[in-house]
Design a protein around this ligand. Structure first.
Ligand code: NAD
Length: 257
């Protein structure tokens, strides 16, 4: 067995939603450095292009930016069409775009609640479905990886994010449902559930840091996007060929206590 090939993503082609910053940007850079061809999918084209250019000038690999609202089925269909025209096929899709609203359960407006579910759950549904349809068209095979959260498993405190937690729990179970239906096409669907990762998403929550660290095993720390690279690469590689419908929690031990 060629072990290096087993863990390789070289030559694989895939897109990353929410890829212009934070976790998505880090993953796009890592996959590109490992020889994959990637697309940065984001609502804002300028930042996505900047990120794509920065990565491709470092790695010398093909990186393209697409403007797409993950919560819009029409945008997602247009984006996957462009991806297939530009790259030829889809080997992996990372459904990672997400937002959070801090409104308390008793106060949250329907519009805010709906926007969280629209991006975090519906957006994952639309992008994963579009990728899976293309993978079936290609004759099967492929890996779909969605970014859920440890919030799918626990309720965070002290922040009030019931809608976020519910949307992420939905992502974990959506991947299981997809995994069951897509196994016959050799398409795998898994989720990754990060703990607190230092990105813009939690940048305004610095006051909570002390509480969060107290809730972790002694000596704990917040995560960096780089802490997630190994798992996403593994899930896109053949080394995880028999893993589907799984959720992998990466949280520095937060959820064990
Ligand atoms: N940072 C954390 O602590 C943490 C923990 C667990 C899970 N997550 C999840 O990780 C994912 C990435 O978050 P991050 O920490 O990098 O945050 P981030 O805010 O830096 O990045 C989120 C990205 O998603 C994009 N996005 C938002 N709505 C979109 C839409 N409708 N269509 C397309 N793109 C859209 C944003 O523009 C941004 O690029 C999210 O799903 C988030 O919920 C983050």
């Amino acid at each position: 067995m060629d072990i290096k090939k087993l863990f390789s993503v070289e030559g694989k082609k895939g897109f990353i939603t929410g890829g212009s910053q934070g976790i998505g940007e880090c993953l796009a850079g890592a996959f590109s450095e490992l020889g994959a061809e990637v697309a940065i999918v984001a609502r804002g084209l300028d930042r996505a292009r900047d990120t794509a250019d920065k990565i491709s000038s470092k790695t010398g690999k093909k990186v393209i930016a697409y403007k797409c609202d993950a919560a819009s089925p029409d945008d997602v269909a247009a984006m996957t069409d462009s991806f297939v025209k530009d790259f030829g096929r889809i080997d992996f899709a990372i459904c990672n775009a997400g937002i959070c609203a801090m409104d308390a359960f008793l106060d949250i407006e329907p519009k805010t609640y709906e926007s969280v579910v629209d991006v975090n759950l519906n957006g994952v549904f639309y992008t994963a479905q579009a990728a899976a349809r293309q993978m079936v068209k290609q004759g099967g095979g492929g890996s779909i990886i969605s970014t859920a959260s440890m919030s799918a498993h626990i309720i965070n405190k002290p922040q009030t994010i019931a809608a976020y937690c519910a949307s992420k729990a939905g992502v974990v179970h959506l991947m299981k449902g997809m995994a069951a239906e897509l196994a016959k096409y050799k398409i795998r669907a898994n989720s990754v559930s990060p703990g607190y990762i230092q990105t813009e998403l939690i940048a305004s929550l610095k006051d909570y840091l002390k509480t969060w660290l107290e809730l972790m095993p002694e000596g704990g720390r917040l995560g960096y996007p780089e802490d997630l690279i190994g798992t996403y690469v593994f899930l896109a590689s053949e080394a995880s060929a028999w893993i589907t419908g799984a959720d992998i929690v990466i949280d520095g031990g937060y959820t064990i206590l």
